[in-house]
Design a protein around this ligand. Structure first.
Ligand code: PHE
Length: 449
């Protein structure tokens, strides 16, 4: 088998995995699902799920990835010494494929906003008009499909370069820049009139607002935003040298990702209340609120442009990881096949994503289970396939990989003690699967009388 490529530096791995994690999930999706799902109570649940379920799972994915040092499908086969288990990897490949098909649609929206600003089409609006402008933009079948294609094209071009040259270098520059711009944005948002109401909405929990659905959404969101349950983190960790400290890496990534989600919330909700918009506006939320917040800043449009470029970058680094897991699985780490399969994968994903793209325009009346194609894809991936994948990975790692292997792998590069190991193991073996099953059963109505 071909020799696996490796990350060049420790920080390169952290940035690339943080890059996979931080993306549309934290910046675009988190505020709007928190807005529809109960504000503070949703946020509280999201944080709890992230720490109690997400963190052990992320460590689990890192661990088996680094142990396996191969593509995700073979990792499961190798570690359980039974080829049957490869299906978890295959499921991850399938989920990533579907995920990217609608993820690229939103990536395209960012590109369209960038084009709009550069051509001067955004600056003259009143605060309330952004909502309509956005709806106009995303309902145009031609420009949205072209934008979606452009997004995929960038992902293809970078991933076909391989992990070091492409993904690692780009992440090192853009991620810190995104963090800095967000800080400025939050400060501006918090100083808007009536900002406190937005802060309260996001941070003060009112548990009576939670429903079974919103609990499932919080669960799905915590996996979605950490790229868990699809073996993407297994894939990235397979390029990892043995010297990397796994628990520490997991903590840094979770911290970074949660900070970005929190900042996205703090940038958006004060604006929502200050400009009297609806917190439950859905996917349009960030695109309708942020231009208005930026409009109230000096050099607003220039800064908004900078923000969009970094936002696009955050979405792209996540997209890279989705393409990467598919390419790694198909090429089985054979570098000579990388280019061809990256193109093939990218083009196929684009084609499959076209109906999702059109579901905000010409296909808006086509509904299945009362959902548009886009919403159906998103719901299936985020709230069914990802939690299911997470459940399977938790079960696999804690019950089918030898405990000695886990312990010695976790010890490599870190000096964690027995107690830490035991807590991690119990969380993964019992708490994660049970929690996921309970949330699923709750949604199908088992606990309703
Ligand atoms: N974590 C990414 C985001 O929040 C989405 C993602 C999910 C990426 C699963 C890869 C795998 O945008």
């Amino acid at each position: 088998m071909a020799q696996q490529e490796q990350w060049k530096s420790k920080i390169g791995f952290i940035l690339a995995t943080a890059g996979s994690a931080i993306g549309l999930g934290a910046i675009w999706k988190f505020p709007y699902v928190a807005g529809t799902g109960g504000g503070g109570a949703f946020f509280f649940l999201f944080i709890t799920f992230t720490l109690v379920l997400g963190m052990p799972l992320l460590m689990g994915e890192f661990l088996i990835g680094r142990k396996g040092q191969t593509n995700p499908i073979d990792t499961y086969r190798k570690l359980a010494s039974n080829p049957k288990w490869g299906f978890i990897g295959k499921m991850g490949v399938f989920t990533s494929f579907i995920l990217l098909s609608f993820y690229s649609v939103v990536g395209g929206w960012i590109i369209l906003y960038i084009v709009k600003i550069v051509t001067g089409g955004l600056s003259v609006q009143n605060d309330e008009q952004y909502m309509h402008l956005f709806e106009d933009i995303i309902s145009n079948p031609f420009s949205t499909v072209i934008a979606q294609f452009t997004f995929m094209l960038i992902a293809i071009l970078v991933v076909s370069q391989g992990i070091q040259k492409g993904i690692e270098v780009a992440s090192k520059i853009m991620m810190p820049a995104l963090l800095i711009l967000f800080i400025g944005l939050v400060i501006r948002s918090l100083s808007l009139d009536g900002a406190m109401e937005g802060v309260k909405f996001l941070l003060v929990p009112d548990f009576s607002k939670l429903t079974s659905e919103s609990i499932l959404f919080a669960l799905g969101q915590s996996f979605f935003t950490l790229s868990l349950g699809v073996s993407v983190m297994v894939t990235y960790a397979s390029y990892l040298p043995k010297t990397q400290n796994i628990p520490k890496s997991a903590i840094s990534i979770i911290l970074l990702n949660t900070i970005i989600a929190l900042m996205a919330g703090l940038a958006i909700f004060p604006g929502v209340f200050a400009f009297e918009l609806e917190p439950n506006a859905g996917p349009v939320l960030i695109f309708a609120v942020l231009p208005a917040v930026f409009n109230h800043m000096p050099f607003g449009m220039v800064l908004f442009l900078a923000f969009l470029i970094l936002f696009l970058f955050a979405a792209l680094t996540s997209a890279f990881s989705m393409v990467e897991i598919i390419v790694a699985s198909v090429t089985k780490s054979d570098a000579t096949k990388r280019k061809k399969y990256t193109w093939l994968t990218g083009i196929l994903i684009f084609i499959v994503g076209i109906p999702s793209c059109l579901s905000y325009g010409v296909l808006s009346d086509v509904k299945f289970f009362n959902k548009t194609v886009f919403d159906l894809m998103d719901f299936t991936v985020s709230n069914i396939l990802m939690p299911l994948g997470a459940l399977l990975i938790a079960v696999f790692v804690s019950r089918f990989v030898s405990k000695d292997v886990l312990y010695s792998e976790l010890k490599q590069g870190s000096n964690i003690g027995n107690i830490f190991f035991s807590i991690w193991f119990v969380l993964l073996k019992y708490v994660t699967p049970i929690a996921i099953i309970i949330v699923f059963l709750d949604v199908v109505g088992l606990f309703k009388w």
